[in-house]
Design a protein around this ligand. Structure first.
Ligand SMILES: N[C@@H](CCC(=O)N[C@@H](CS)C(=O)NCC(=O)O)C(=O)O
Length: 201
């Protein structure tokens, strides 16, 4: 498998999941402006959507959309227990979290990285982020990880988006549970390895 990524972007979640899985994989960086991969390939030929993450499977097929990629990785290795089994109520809770992180958190960070975003859009997005993060913090006061006692793919995704707060002047210190969670997840060997490989630490 090969993960196409951009350092520190949402593809970091898939990268962490791959490292947690113990499966063999390669990574290749993408220049999202030029739509070129590090080896010079036209990224639009790999993923016509032009964004990361994209996971090229051993069959050659390219899987896109972070929530699908994360679940694919988790389902390749039941030993790592990165996701509850398909069909269980816990699996639907996981999908709820993946959707929440993707639509309520990730996409409310987007205007801060979009030069075309005006101040009204940014203010509305910041208000959404504050409300949604307060909700997440409340959940994490009760359990160390989103689904309970065990780390899983939703945590890889949440950790990744929380990492963007420092770039947009959003102080997570308001929510001690989020800061403690960042420290807890950030200390994992898989997270350290993924961040090192992406040149983030
Ligand atoms: N719906 C996609 C969104 C992925 C996404 O937002 N990727 C961003 C980086 S975090 C990106 O590649 N943006 C560059 C672009 O859209 O050209 C997913 O959930 O995977």
């Amino acid at each position: 498998m090969k993960l196409f990524y951009k350092a520190g972007a949402c593809s970091l979640a898939s990268h962490i999941a791959l490292r947690e899985s113990g499966l063999p994989f390669d990574i290749e960086a993408v220049d999202l402006q030029k739509k070129l991969t590090a080896s010079g390939a036209d990224f639009l030929q790999i993923n016509a959507k032009g964004y990361i993450p994209a996971l090229q499977l051993n069959s050659g097929e390219v899987l896109t959309e972070g929530a699908a990629i994360l679940q694919y990785i988790a389902d390749q290795t039941l030993i790592a227990r990165l996701a509850p089994v398909n069909g269980s109520i816990e699996r639907y809770r996981l999908q709820g979290w993946l959707n929440f992180i993707g639509t309520e958190l990730h996409k409310n960070f987007s205007p801060f990285f979009n030069p075309a975003a005006n101040s009204e859009w940014k203010a509305a997005a910041m208000a959404n982020l504050e409300r949604r993060l307060a909700y997440v913090a409340q959940q994490l006061e009760a359990t160390p990880y989103l689904l309970g006692d065990a780390f899983g793919i939703a945590d890889a995704y949440l950790f990744t988006v929380l990492g963007w707060a420092k770039h947009i002047d959003l102080d997570l210190g308001k929510w001690p549970a989020l800061v403690a969670y960042q420290t807890r997840v950030g200390a994992r060997a898989s997270v350290q390895a993924a961040m090192k490989a992406e040149g983030l630490i």
